[in-house]
Design a protein. Structure first.
Length: 221
């Protein structure tokens, strides 16, 4: 079965923590990873502009020994009416993996359904898992070197957007509590919150930033 990375909630706590451990090890010993993607070609597909996501993925693929190919709608038939399914099939014949930054989460799901290679979610309107995994890695470096987040509180200040949804999923998998302070009309997706709470996630919603940051170990905004 092909392993995609579409949402944090798709994976177990153990596997996600192992990803963080591996990332920390690679950061400490970067020379050990220079051939990890040797001979691999990775597509970086952008439906919308990007600075940090493009730079981090392109540099990362280079540092791991792979060859990144940056693509967008203007340079592909996808922007001229070719279906996502056909695009997935063509890319699967030539490439080893696809990172996509898409307008719609449905596009990423459809791409992963038809691709024969791994698909990585580089941002959609629903979630931004790679961003939050990088943030959790920073939490581990500064606050929880043993990856025990059980007694930690994270506060989110801002609108209930795609990044906040991934924080909600991360709170469940990594075990920290999460308090989100958002305007009344810009709360996170109720279904995502409900699923997280049903799985035992310590998720609280408020409109008061001062309430959210009280006793917080980390503030994200």
């Amino acid at each position: 079965m092909i392993k995609h990375f579409l949402n944090i909630a798709d994976y177990s706590s153990d596997l996600l923590k192992q990803i963080i451990r591996d990332a920390l090890a690679l950061k400490s010993h970067p020379d050990s990873a220079t051939k990890m993607l040797n001979g691999k070609t990775i597509a970086l597909l952008f439906e919308k502009p990007s600075t940090r996501t493009r730079i981090s993925f392109e540099v990362g693929v280079h540092q791991l020994g792979g060859a990144p190919i940056v693509l967008d709608n203007k340079s592909m038939q996808l922007g001229r009416g070719e279906t996502v399914a056909d695009t997935a099939k063509v890319m699967s014949r030539y490439l080893d993996a696809i990172m996509i930054r898409a307008d719609s989460h449905d596009t990423v799901l459809e791409l992963s359904d038809h691709a024969d290679i791994p698909v990585i979610n580089g941002l959609t309107d629903q979630s931004h898992p790679c961003q939050v995994m990088a943030d959790v890695m920073t939490m581990a470096e500064h606050k929880a070197p043993d990856l025990n987040f059980a007694n930690m509180k994270v506060a989110w200040l801002g609108e209930g957007n795609n990044v906040s949804h991934s924080w909600i999923e991360a709170a469940v998998r990594f075990g920290f509590s999460l308090s989100l302070a958002t305007p009344d009309q810009l709360q996170p997706d109720a279904n995502i919150v409900a699923r997280a709470q049903a799985e035992g996630g310590a998720i609280t919603l408020t409109t008061d930033p001062a309430d959210a940051i009280k006793d917080a170990d980390v503030v994200v905004t």
